[in-house]
Design a protein around this ligand. Structure first.
Ligand code: NAD
Ligand code: LMR
Length: 323
């Protein structure tokens, strides 16, 4: 068997953590023949709860789990890790936008960026889930100057999955018949779910639905899905977020079959300001993410992409003191 891969998960005693850790430990993320070590980071008041979660991991007797570490020190959590899943941060409540969390959560990612810089493996893959995910990711990345910016990503896979699921319901088609769909921009209510390049059973998705449904129902529904879940459940999505995090890392490591959506460091592709963490249509091969080129965008799509870019610029400027 291969050497263990070392994975850090922050916020490990939280809702997403509880839905995530058992999937990782079972092999759903890195495969059934890949042993793992898991390093769990929490804040001191949550250490008792974390101990309970670790007892439950032990009680599953997962064959792939070689070691579990619990700590409240980012430096220890990130020591030598190959993958870091940054979940730990406050979720929003009803009536809040995700960027209302900027002040509360931004500081967490300064400290964690520095700790990743000094302690993680140089080729560590960092996934930021904690909201506002793109800008938290930017904060972590900018506080880790010795790491390649391409090591950092923010999660828009949940939005991607939501967009596929809702389109498949509308066209009464199978999820696997939908290809080429992508989420652009921020994981927020300005994100742009792009059906222009999407197909259903090989035919243009926009031939299967009306433009008014696309613009007036579908796009707002995807943008507001997180809020709808908070309103229905009383707390934010957890199992679907954990599932998306597992898929995001799996694709980053093993490669993509179809285009996916990931918030990654912009090198200026499609005219987006360089250095923003921007969700693009992405393919992955050999652990390297590439933005899909030559995607056809009309004036409507361009205006949506510009709006979500503008929001990310605003968020970046609001946390300038943390960068
Ligand atoms: P939660 O409150 O249940 O759990 C968060 C955990 O993080 C808590 O156990 C808390 O003690 C811990 N924590 C807080 N500060 C920490 C720190 N400095 N270091 C380590 N741990 C810390 O919340 P949740 O439902 O698990 O959600 C976590 C985050 O994920 C929220 O910000 C939420 O908005 C976000 N989220 C993102 C997506 C996405 O698609 N990107 C989807 C769902 C939720
Ligand atoms: C989601 O999209 O479900 C999460 O980002 C939680 C939220 O605040 O919407």
């Amino acid at each position: 068997m291969a050497d263990p891969v070392s994975i850090a998960v922050t916020g490990a005693a939280g809702q997403i953590g509880y839905a995530l850790l058992f999937r990782i430990a079972s092999g759903a993320m890195l495969g059934n023949d890949q042993p793992i070590e898991i390093k769990l980071l929490e804040i001191p008041p949550a250490m008792d709860a974390l101990r309970g979660v670790v007892m439950e991991i032990e009680d599953c007797a997962f064959p792939l789990v070689r070691n579990v570490v619990m700590t409240d020190q980012p430096e220890a959590a990130f020591e030598g890790v190959d993958i870091a899943m940054l979940v730990g941060s406050r979720p929003r409540g009803p009536g809040m936008e995700r960027n209302d969390l900027l002040e509360a959560n931004g500081a967490i990612f300064t400290a964690q960026g520095k700790a990743l810089n000094d302690h993680a493996a140089k080729d560590v893959k960092v996934l930021v889930v904690g909201n506002p995910a793109n800008t938290n990711c930017l904060i972590a990345q900018r506080n880790a100057p010795d790491l390649d910016p391409a090591n950092f990503s923010a999660m828009t896979k949940l939005d991607h999955n939501r967009a596929i699921a809702q389109l498949s319901q509308k066209v009464d088609g199978a999820v696997e018949d939908i290809k080429g769909l992508a989420i652009w921009g921020n994981h927020s209510s300005t994100m742009f779910p792009d059906l222009l390049g999407a197909t259903v059973n090989g035919k243009p998705a926009l031939d299967a639905v009306s433009q008014s449904w696309y613009e007036d129902e579908y796009i707002p529904a995807i943008q507001q899905r997180g809020a709808a879940i908070i309103s229905a459940r009383g707390s934010s999505s957890a199992a679907s977020a954990a599932n998306a995090a597992v898929e995001h890392v799996r694709e980053w490591v093993a490669g993509t079959e179809d285009v996916t959506s990931m918030g990654i460091y912009s090198n200026g592709q499609y005219g987006i300001q360089e250095g923003l963490i921007f969700s693009y249509p992405v393919t992955v091969s050999g652990g390297t993410c590439s933005v899909e080129e030559n995607r056809v965008l009309n004036a409507f799509a361009q205006s949506k992409i510009e709006a979500t870019e503008a929001e990310l610029i605003e968020e970046r400027d609001a946390v300038a003191h943390l960068l």
